[in-house]
Design a binder for this molecule. Sequence first.
Ligand code: NA7
Length: 606
Amino acid sequence: MAQHGDGQQRATSASPGGRLSASESKYRQIRIAGLTPRQHILRCAPFGFRGRLHAMKHHEVIVIGAGVAGIYQIKRLADLGIDATVLEAGSNLGGTWQWNRYPGARFDSESYTYGYSFSRELLEEWHWKERFSGQPENLRYLNHVADRFGLRKYMQFNCRVESAHYDEAQNLWHVRTGDGREFTCRFLILTLGLLSIPTLPRLEGMASFKGRSFHTFDWPHEPVEMAGKRVAVIGTGATGIQVIGEIADKVGELTVFQRRPNWSAPLNNGPISDAEMADIRRRYDEIFATCARTPGGFEHEPDRRGFYEVTREERLALWGKLYDEPGFGIWLRNFKEIFTDEKANAEFSEYIAQRIRQRVKDPKVAEKLIPRDHGFGVQRVPLETGYFEAYNRPNVHLVDISETPIVGVTETGLRTTEADYDFDIIVYATGFDAITGAFDKIDIQGVGAERLADKWRTTISTFLGMMIHGFPNMLMPAGPQSGSASTNYPRGIETGVNWCTDLLEYMSANGYSRAEATAEAEKRWTDHVTNMYAMMLMRKAKSWFTGYNSNVPGHEQGTVRYLVYNGGAPKYVNTINAVAANGYEGIVLGADRGAPPAASQPTAVI
Ligand code: NA7
């Protein structure tokens, strides 16, 4: 497991005269073809090369993306003294929290379960001010982590990777960036983010709009003056619901263009006092242990009683309590039948519909805000603050574009089949090319120049969501079909990063320099992920959990893409740990040259 130490010390311990220390010899085994061990150490050791980092062409590991996953990944690599760099398209680190600066952007995870768990000192010193912390504070936190552990020096910003091609003869990845630079690396680690490619509607006239318009992901960094402005928000997913609740009382007029309503429940946010934070610090071990044993990686544990074993009064008592509690409890502390049983789901959905009717004064508007095409919890549940009450304000208007679709954008606003609306600002809260979008943006080619985009065109297939057959030495700590997408993201990320890093350590210790998942192992995992959808009501929903996005060709309704592992965090962790414990079964481990040894015969871990 993790060897937390100072990579710089390790590198400077290189003995004179070319003899290698024990720690050096450990790392020499993953080495560049054609270099002697000593040359290799000199070329790859982190110390002494920082000043020249940007000029270096070869790194043992290239990490793409400096978000929550990339930051932790480089921390692990730096601790091990492995030469690595992070290439980040943005102008700074932070990923999601660097980009999404729209009003209302905040965690739906309890802040103290979102933070990293790897450093006791970090846990002790950071004070989360709110139970569900907002974007500015979240970005401050990630910057603090990077600075505290000296990670920024490994990162290169404004550096969008355009292609990554595997060179079989050299067992190296060739990476090219948008500004024309080229790198090579032995290992490519993709921490690209699940929701990092925003998608705009395909509407006529979008460029002609004379006011300001932006996707929530690209919200300007400088403050946007909203007072007195006529604002349109298109989209009522988790993002739209956050924005609308936040700006309703700050703008002149707000018009929401809703195609389909989403089930949503109160966030119930609040401050965390010094005393509460002290208590949280004392309980961190317990908190993370709870996260580790719950399916979603949260503190919320499902109600183990059977839905039909308790009376309706008992069910109503539970739901009433959960609705008023903070966070995802209403989704994840519920009966498990909510996710699998139509009748149970319908009864619970009707309960939530009643709560909406109680909060929205105009019954016609209330009915429009109640989803009819899916039940509660089968899509990602947005959490809201004053969302439904926003519609009670005289300056907030709801346009149901399932009845009167938007036909185009005009110079002054939006045109539906029924009317023209004038705006100063149009906000596109229209979601993302989720989970695979960022992979598709890079020209990734593996063995035999096979393109990943082609391989994934009809079906997504991975091994454990972290490796892909035909793409050796390419790791995805939080990839499609991994344990991250459907769980409290950082908890899944730490699991994935640790597993990938442990694999590198194992390879180093055993003299391997090439790792590739077998086709059989990949098929087994993908079948497993696919089969799990069969049990879940979510399989029928049009949401990014099923790969739906009306703005991306090929991702329209009816083409279910099996992107999310639904087995829960504990089962996922057990599975990947068993794979490692069995000598990385399902993965062919080999050296640079010559035929790789045959894969160890997998036993049925999955
Ligand atoms: P989502 O959840 O994908 O929501 C996107 C919303 O935008 C949703 O209401 C869509 O309606 C709507 N949409 C998308 N395209 C259009 C067009 N062309 N016209 C009208 N309305 C449109 O994205 P979010 O950003 O809200 O949330 C993503 C995740 O970020 C979230 O789950 C959290 O994990 C954080 P539709 O439902 O498709 O009818």
